[in-house]
Design a protein around this ligand. Structure first.
Ligand code: IMP
Ligand code: MG
Length: 192
């Protein structure tokens, strides 16, 4: 497949996005994941706990593929020191609306990278005594893992490249792409 021009309507942006996982493949995989999740918890109401903002498209589609009782809640975190390499500091920007005590909770995240974000989230959520606490991620960059975290449900394992689309952003852009692609930055001496 060819790389598409990824700029906005005015064509001012210089990066390109090379398609990696099509919308159709994502939807097929999400259907399988939804069925598997319900199979693992046949009789339980499932609380989907979305990590804002990247998990929103994944959560919306996954929720519709899990039969039976499903509810949503959202949490927002930001991590520091990414560039400085794993300071491991994560800040809670928005907490959940309700208690998770005694509930079957599925944390829904866009991508598992170093794992530091989910490690932090699991620590604070576990303290609140859910009945079950599981993780679903759309993408898993296995080679980047530094924290000892593994996801129970993984959409796709991907190579160590910066990806955007289907919720994932670069500087808040590209979240609305219906597919996942690798973001390519043009060489600095490239034409504007
Ligand atoms: P971790 O704490 O290193 O696992 O990072 C997880 C978070 O980093 C994700 O929720 C994303 O917001 C962000 N992230 C990691 N890799 C990518 C990527 O390739 N594209 C966009 N965001 C990413
Ligand atoms: Mg995120």
């Amino acid at each position: 497949m060819t790389a598409k021009r990824a700029g906005g309507a005015r064509g001012a942006k210089k990066e390109t996005v090379k398609p990696l996982i099509s919308h159709a493949r994502i939807q097929k995989r999400i259907r399988e994941m939804g069925r598997q999740i319900r199979k693992d918890f046949p009789d339980e109401p499932i609380l989907l706990l979305g990590v804002l903002k990247g998990a929103v498209p994944f959560l919306a589609d996954l929720a519709r593929q899990i039969p039976g009782e499903v509810t949503f809640d959202f949490i927002a975190v930001s991590s520091y020191g990414k560039e400085a390499h794993s300071s491991g500091q994560v800040k809670l920007n928005k907490d959940l609306d309700s208690s998770i005590e005694g509930k079957t909770v599925l944390v829904v995240e866009d991508i598992l990278d170093t794992g530091l974000t989910l490690q932090y989230l699991l620590r604070i959520l576990q303290q609140r005594r859910p009945k079950h606490l599981r993780i679903a991620v759309l993408l898993d960059k296995v080679d980047r893992r530094t924290a000892n975290v593994h996801a129970d449900y993984v959409g796709f394992a991907i190579p160590n490249e910066f990806v955007v689309g289907f919720g994932l952003d670069y500087a808040e852009r590209y979240r609305n792409l219906p597919h996942v692609g690798v973001l390519n930055f043009p060489s600095t001496d490239g034409a504007k």
